[in-house]
Design a protein around this ligand. Sequence first.
Ligand code: NAP
Length: 252
Amino acid sequence: MMSHDIPQNLSGKVAIVTASTDGIGLAAAEALGQRGAHVVVSSRRQANVDKAVSLLRSKDIKVIGTTCNVGKAEDRDKLINMTIEQCGGVDILVSNAAVNPFFGNILESTEEVWNKILGVNVTASFLLTKLAVPHMEKRGGGSVVIVSSVAGYQPMQGLGPYSVSKTALLGLTRALAPDLAHSNIRINCVAPGIIKTRFSAALWENEGVLEEFLKQTSIKRLGQPEDIGGVIAFLDHHCNRRHELQTVRGAA
Ligand SMILES: NC(=O)c1ccc[n+]([C@@H]2O[C@H](COP(=O)([O-])OP(=O)(O)OC[C@H]3O[C@@H](n4cnc5c(N)ncnc54)[C@H](OP(=O)(O)O)[C@@H]3O)[C@@H](O)[C@H]2O)c1
């Protein structure tokens, strides 16, 4: 489908996507923007932000960008404040940022590694959601999508702490859902398999390693960032539509 044929169902909505200058985050920003959302991209490096903003603008997507290391409170505040000032509100939050500074036997991982992984991958996802919620409430509802991983269901060899952080995100999504529902905010979690991005390069850069890996997969190919970008845009589809039952009750 050509981008001008894509339904503009997110027209008028504002979408924040973290870690959105590359890979899955960039693909999600593009998918949301193609559906008419005003997107806010961010990552740690200004040069990456500038590149992503230019790329998306070249595709006629309404976009602004800023640096935001999600692990830093002042950066999270800046991201939300800039969005409110420049876009007038927030309807959609895609919490996509994650780090993995450790590969090896889980028993060799340090307290520092655990603090970093849980701080960026889990705590920051929660704190950013907490910052965005009051603004979504002002718009009558919203949608949050958290990016977990298949590693959250089945820990990957050598990636123990990272896998545990992704399991925690499945729990965080379920823990938040009942309270967010009161404010007409939906929350979903996506758990991608291996997607061809810089993050997973160790699995696909070497032909032999890739071949071995593909033997374990049914479809015999890696996923592409666009596969997940589309899923995220789908989950944000009805980002603040009231449930029909509520509408009926309201009319009664
Ligand atoms: N690729 C896979 O196979 C796979 C599978 C399952 C789940 N995931 C999940 O998908 C998400 C995105 O991964 P990806 O594969 O798309 O990665 P990627 O292509 O390597 O992109 C990573 C992005 O994150 C930004 N970033 C890194 N640390 C950040 C931080 N602390 N704060 C804000 N931005 C940060 C990077 O930009 P800067 O360098 O400028 O900060 C870049 O834009 C992660 O949550 C990952 O766990 C990936």
